[in-house]
Structure formats: structure tokens, C-alpha cells
Design a protein around this ligand. Structure first.
Ligand SMILES: O=C(O)CCC(=O)C(=O)O
Ligand SMILES: [Fe+2]
Length: 521
């Protein structure tokens, strides 16, 4: 999803500015044509007025006969041509889409799903989003009923009735406030709302909503049939109640009691732990031991500037190194990873005018040490701190997360069940992960480890480090981790996956330093 990247989003805001200008230009172009079309009508009017003054003599003049035919044939054609602008409009829009690589329906859907994830993860209230009172610092305007409806409709289209209900409800509240100029037809909201609530088992609620539809639109095409269907379902349930001693009845499915469960949200599930870790309100049951902070300087490179090491989790060990990358090095990394801008002068197929267009030459988020001396230096630093070799792969992967941007729980190592080529034989499995934080997200964006309840707060200039494999080479399943969605601000990270091959030449006691995870197995 492109639009979870802050950088892409920033570009889109710039583009939106530009698109506004283009649409404005197009309106001027249309106004000009409309003015010409009005002139045609003016000609018609003045000709008919003159012809009425002395009709007989007027008609007898062959020039006037020519003129009336010219009006009726040529000028009418001109009138049609002037107003038949749909092709130009389509051309203008498709040119805009192409030139600026404008987002499409999938992107729109992606952003909405991102908002739903934020709601879930950070327990946001849809009504705070609707009224624009989510944040004091990052202001947004209130949403209208149509916008709330859209947030629900996309959920509905994806059979996510949980979010559909939440947003149709907001839309309904909002549409009442909009009086007699609503941004969407109330019946349409009720239609989606009734279906979604019925899907969640709220038959009584669905009946109430459907009755409202019938009241507003007595000949609505589906409402009557739906109402009958719901009423029958309710009657069946009542019958079941009477004939039952209570043993067989699933009361959690009572159609009279409103409920809106989140489908995938099972108590104690990874999802639940992940989300509560992201919020920072997860309490691991086990006490952490020997968590420490210290300066390390066991390598000549580190002698000059000892590194502040913090052990943030003990089993498995997760370290956080503070102030290990400079602002300058961060700027270089971001710069290297950001697509370059190119300018070109092109002619608009619609207006025929020459204009400057900007293109971005995209560059993947993968960088190698050869691209800049700073990257090479940072690789040396990682080697010095971890005592691991890095002959085989010197790639840095740089990622930029924007609003809702996240990385679902995953392992950094390849599992035995995965295809053999998950990691090339030449470099081996990913023994360890080094993760630089290049930006502090304002809210959200933590790195969390659901199996062990660990959480690392991303702080600019620091780096997290952990082993993904046991000394045996088997994957350590406790290292399953995720990047929490960013609620406010932006998150930049740069990671280096350290591979197996090459490590056998490192002294075994050095391989896992003095804190070999072996001790804890
Ligand atoms: O961004 C993060 O916090 C984690 C990133 C990550 O897990 C990865 O890139 O493998
Ligand atoms: Fe990862």
C-alpha cells in the first residue's frame, strides 16, 4: 500500500495543490466556451428580433434567407461543438491521472482500511474522528455524513460488518445534523446499516432501521421484503425460546440484544496482544531479569565513542543501542532512499500550452554500502557492536511508514516449511536483525514482540538488535515481531539483516558474545 508511506503522502498533498490549479484552469476553459455558446444564442435572439420588425421585406431579401439557414445549420452545429466537451474533460482527467500517477480505488480503500486499523489498535472513537476532535495538535475538519458513510461502505464491501456498523451509525447521526441539504440520502445509510446489523445478528435493530426506510420511502425496492424476512427470523427465535428449557439456546446470539463483535478479535489472540502492546498497556506476566544499561567499548572502533547499550528484554534478548547514528547519517540514508525529482517541459494535449511537469525517478528502498561512505561506516559499526561478520550481504533496507503504516507480525528468518529459495544458499538464513530508527513517530509505530510481550519504543538515532536464530541455527519463534501502525507523525527505519554464512569463522564464544541465547534454552 503506497499511501501508508509518509513520503508518498507528502507528495500527494503537493499533487493535490497542483491538481486544484489544473481543475481551475479547466473551468476557465469551459467558461470561455460557454461564453462563446452564449454569443451564438445572442445572435439567434437579435436576428429574430430584427426579422420581426418588418417581416415581409426581411424575408424577401435573399441575404436574409442565407443568414437564417446559416444560423439554423452552421450555428447550431457550432453550439453543439462548443458544449460537447465531455471528450476534452475525459482527456484532461486521464492526462492528470497519468502525469501525477494519481491514486485509484485500491488506494482509497487502502487508506480507509488503514483508518479502521488505527481505530482498533488505539481504541479510537469514530465520533471523535467525525467531529474532528481526535487530536488537539494535528487538526482535521469534521467529516460530513457522506464521508462517514464511505468509511462504512468500504468496510461493508469487504464484509467487515463491525466497522460498517460503527460508521453507518456515525453517518446517521451526522445526516440528522445536516438538515434539509444532506451530503447523502438518509435512506441509503439506513439500507447499508440495516443489512450490516442483521449480519451481526441484531435482527431487532435491523427491523427498526428497515421501518425507518419504509417511512421515508414507502415503495423502496427491498425494504418490505427484508422486513418480512427479519420479522420471520425474530418469530422463529421466539418460538425457539418457548419450546426450549434454555439448554440449547445460544444466548450470545440473541437477536434482541445489540452486539457488534470484532470478527478476528479473540481474547488472548496474537492480534489482541499485538494491539495492546502497541498501545503500551500490555503487562507481561513474567518479571524481567537483569535488564541493564551500560557502555560498551570492546572494539577499537567503539573505544573512541563507547556505545550506550540497553537490554530491553531478557528472553529472548533484545538490545537497544542509543545515539548510534548521527543526524547527518540519517539525512544521507533518507536522501539515498527517496526517489529523485526530474523536471520536463511537456505540451498539454488539451490546452496545447507548454507546462513544466515533475516526474519522480523511483529508486527501491534497498541500498548497498557502495552507495555512500556513511553506509559503509554504519556497517562497520554494526560489526563492531555485534561481533558478527557481514561479508555476504551489505544491503540496507529503508522503510518509511505513514499514517496507519504497519508491518504485521512476522519472523525475520525463513522457516523450514518455506520454499528452499526463501534465502539463497549463498548467504544463509537471517541470524540477526539490526534496526536503526531514523525518526521518532509522534504516536504509535513501536516495534513489538507478541509472543513474549516485548516492546521497543522507536527513538531517532537508536537501533534495536536481536538474534532470530538459536545457536543451532533453528529459528527462535519468540522473535516474532511487528511494527505497530503510526497514529501521528512519521516513522523511518533502516534495517540490516545479518545472515548465517560467514559467521562460522567468527570465534564461537564471540558468535553470540557473552550473552549467548543458548544459556536460556
Ligand atoms: O519497523 C519496525 O519496527 C520493524 C520492521 C521489521 O520488522 C522488518 O523490517 O523486518
Ligand atoms: Fe522484521
Amino acid at each position: 500500500e503506497i499511501y501508508t508511506s509518509y513520503e508518498e503522502m507528502r507528495k500527494l498533498f503537493d499533487t493535490q495543490h497542483e491538481v486544484t490549479r489544473r481543475l481551475d484552469d479547466y473551468i476557465k476553459f469551459e467558461e470561455d466556451r460557454l461564453r462563446k455558446a452564449k454569443d451564438v444564442v445572442e445572435n439567434f435572439r437579435s436576428f429574430s428580433q430584427i426579422s420581426k420588425i418588418d417581416q415581409e421585406n426581411f424575408i424577401g431579401n435573399p441575404v436574409n434567407s442565407f443568414l437564417v439557414l446559416k444560423l439554423m445549420v452552421k450555428d447550431i452545429q457550432r453550439f453543439v461543438d462548443l458544449l460537447n466537451t465531455i471528450d476534452d474533460l475525459k482527456k484532461m482527467v486521464s492526462e492528470l491521472k497519468e502525469r501525477y500517477n494519481l491514486p485509484g480505488d485500491e488506494d482509497y480503500e487502502g487508506v480507509i482500511k488503514g483508518m479502521h486499523r488505527l481505530e482498533d489498535t488505539y481504541l479510537l472513537n469514530p465520533s471523535d474522528i467525525r467531529t474532528g476532535s481526535l487530536s488537539m495538535r494535528h487538526t482535521s475538519r469534521a467529516l460530513n455524513a457522506f464521508e462517514c458513510f464511505e468509511l462504512g461502505r468500504i468496510a461493508y464491501e469487504n464484509k467487515d460488518y463491525y466497522h460498517a456498523i460503527r460508521w453507518m451509525n456515525e453517518s446517521l447521526i451526522q445526516v440528522e445534523l445536516e438538515g434539509n441539504q444532506p451530503s447523502i440520502d438518509k435512506v441509503e445509510i439506513l439500507d447499508y446499516y440495516a443489512f450490516s446489523t442483521a449480519k451481526q445478528g441484531n435482527i431487532k435493530h435491523a427491523i427498526d432501521l428497515t421501518k425507518q426506510i419504509i417511512e421515508l420511502e414507502p415503495d423502496h425496492e427491498r425494504a418490505e421484503a427484508n422486513l418480512k424476512y427479519f420479522e420471520k427470523a425474530l418469530k422463529d427465535y421466539k418460538k425457539l425460546l418457548q419450546g426450549d428449557n434454555g439448554d440449547n439456546l445460544d444466548l450470545s446470539n440473541n437477536p434482541f440484544v445489540f452486539k457488534n463483535p470484532r470478527p478476528e478479535h479473540v481474547l488472548g489472540s496474537e492480534r489482541e496482544i499485538y494491539e495492546s502492546l502497541c498501545r503500551g498497556d500490555y503487562k507481561p506476566s513474567r518479571k524481567q531479569k537483569n535488564l541493564h544499561c551500560r557502555y560498551i567499548s570492546y572494539n577499537p572502533l567503539l573505544k573512541i565513542a563507547p556505545v550506550k547499550e540497553e537490554l530491553v528484554h531478557d528472553k529472548p534478548k533484545i538490545w537497544l543501542y542509543h545515539d548510534v547514528i548521527t543526524e547527518k547519517q540519517i539525512e544521507i540514508m533518507k536522501e539515498l532512499a527517496t526517489p529523485k525529482l526530474r523536471r520536463a517541459i511537456v505540451r498539454s494535449p488539451v490546452t496545447g500550452k507548454f507546462e513544466t511537469a515533475e516526474y519522480r525517478i523511483s529508486k527501491s528502498g534497498w541500498l548497498t554500502d557502495r552507495e555512500h561512505p556513511s553506509l559503509n561506516y554504519l556497517t562497520k559499526l554494526v560489526k563492531a557492536v555485534t561481533n558478527l561478520t557481514m561479508e555476504t550481504a551489505e544491503e540496507w533496507q529503508i522503510a518509511n511508514y505513514g499514517i496507519g503504516g504497519q508491518y504485521e507480525p512476522h519472523f525475520d528468518f525463513a522457516r523450514k516449511t518455506e520454499p528452499r529459495d526463501a534465502f539463497s544458499e549463498a548467504i544463509g538464513n537471517r541470524i540477526a536483525t539490526w534496526l536503526f530508527y531514523l525518526e521518532t513517530p509522534e504516536v504509535g509505530g513501536a516495534t513489538v514482540f507478541p509472543p513474549v510481550g516485548a516492546r521497543v519504543n522507536p527513538t531517532k538515532r537508536s537501533a534495536a538488535f536481536w538474534y532470530n536464530l538459536h545457536p543451532s541455527g533453528d529459528g527462535d519463534y519468540r522473535t516474532r515481531h511487528a511494527a505497530c501502525p503510526v497514529l501521528y507523525g512519521t516513522k523511518w527505519v533502516s534495517n540490516k539483516w545479518i545472515h548465517m554464512v560467514g559467521q562460522e569463522f567468527v570465534r564461537p564464544c564471540n558468535l553470540f558474545r557473552e550473552e549467548s541465547p543458548e544459556k536460556y534454552l
